[in-house]
Design a protein around this ligand. Sequence first.
Ligand SMILES: Nc1ncnc2c1ncn2[C@@H]1O[C@H](COP(=O)(O)OP(=O)(O)OP(=O)(O)O)[C@@H](O)[C@H]1O
Ligand SMILES: [Mg+2]
Length: 461
Amino acid sequence: MTPNARPLLVVDDDDAMRQMLASFFRDNGHLVEEAASADIALERARDVEFDAVLSDVRMPGRSGVELVGELRRIRPGTPVVLMTAFGSIDSAVDAMRAGAFDYITKPFEPEAVRLAVERALAYRSLEEENRRLRRAVEKTAKLGDLIGESPAMGEIIALLKKVGLGRSSVLITGESGTGKEVVARTLHYHGSRSRKPFIPINCTALPEGLLESELFGHARGAFTGAHVSKVGLFEKADGGTLFLDEIGDMGAGLQAKLLRVLQDGEIRPVGANHSVKVDVRIVAATNQDLDAELAAGNFREDLYYRLNVIPIHIPPLRERPEDISALVFAFLHKHSSGRNATISRDAIQWLERQPWKGNARELENVIERALALTDTDEIGVADLPTAGSGPDPTSVANLEALLQKVGQAQFTLLELENRYTAQVLEMTGGNKVQAARILGIDRKTLYRRTQRRSKGDESPS
Ligand SMILES: Nc1ncnc2c1ncn2[C@@H]1O[C@H](COP(=O)(O)OP(=O)(O)OP(=O)(O)O)[C@@H](O)[C@H]1O
Ligand SMILES: [Mg+2]
């Protein structure tokens, strides 16, 4: 039995019948109010919102059918179930025409009336859910895939709309998983360069030499193995946007070369004796503290100022809990694969109180996992990871669970490694530093491993 916060209203001028029904529903766990006439019912309905109304049709004064009509006006969301006399087809038709949710004919079994009322209540909560979803969608600020309801996200969205038309460099900072890449993509796809390529490249992924020829290309014979010349990403991104992710990891030599490109607007492929003009907008991102890197002399100050023309800082998710419900609904939609999945209010409230060290990415993982694990279409608090007891991925129980999942299937060692890596990443909420530490490998190795599994849209081969 679903506990109902709001009462049910039973309307009947026949005292015995009304009291019998009222106590029947009370025994079934409902709060119940009684009214001996349609007028009394309407008066109560003006003050109180009922979950459902069960009413007799034939009563002195206003009839049950008239009650339905009036209720539709003042409480359009409240379903009414009418009780009509056996054989009175007319009043049944009238009842439905007036907008009753359902009717049952007298005499009836208690079970029949219980079922009709339960259906009305289920309908009612579905309606409410839909209204809640519609409201959530309506008040969400949105630009492409980027959403948020917090003032911080609102400002970012407004800024993106404005600077999307120019070509000044943008530096996006924020903790891991805060949405730096979505912001970069949104800037590109909703700006004046959207018809030209958006090319992301991760500066951590490649050793400096390779990164340089990826970015600038190389001439034939530029180095051993360079049998053919190669067009660099700068040229491929011409007219569009180059997204330099994890810029804090770029080595000193490349920093100097990048600075030159930003100053001159041209690139020189490795080993070539000519330069090529390029029109590329640079959007860089980092989750490191670049100020500290500057102070330590690891990052060039002149390059920093060239990149940081338009700074965009994304605050950690815990500082903008207003964004959580909107993100949750977006992730539900993204991962429910056509299922009509929703989430309880309690679950949302619980999510809003979590620290989200892995920010939106961690939240997304939690929603994706809850969807995979629940049989019902509503995610409840019980489907979410227990507070504060994030599972230790190296525990025996976890390894056993993993092996159980492997089950009968034939898995290669590589596949097992991939799955374990993914599990550890999920448990650290996408925090690569932490995950690499648990896995006992360095961050670059972890990065390459995750790339092996997922292909970015135009990342270098
Ligand atoms: N405001 C947002 N609206 C919609 N989706 C978001 C938002 N913020 C984050 N996400 C989603 O969260 C996930 C992580 O975002 P993203 O990859 O952009 O983070 P990041 O800051 O680049 O992380 P990292 O520093 O680890 O690379 C993505 O699936 C992204 O779509
Ligand atoms: Mg990123």
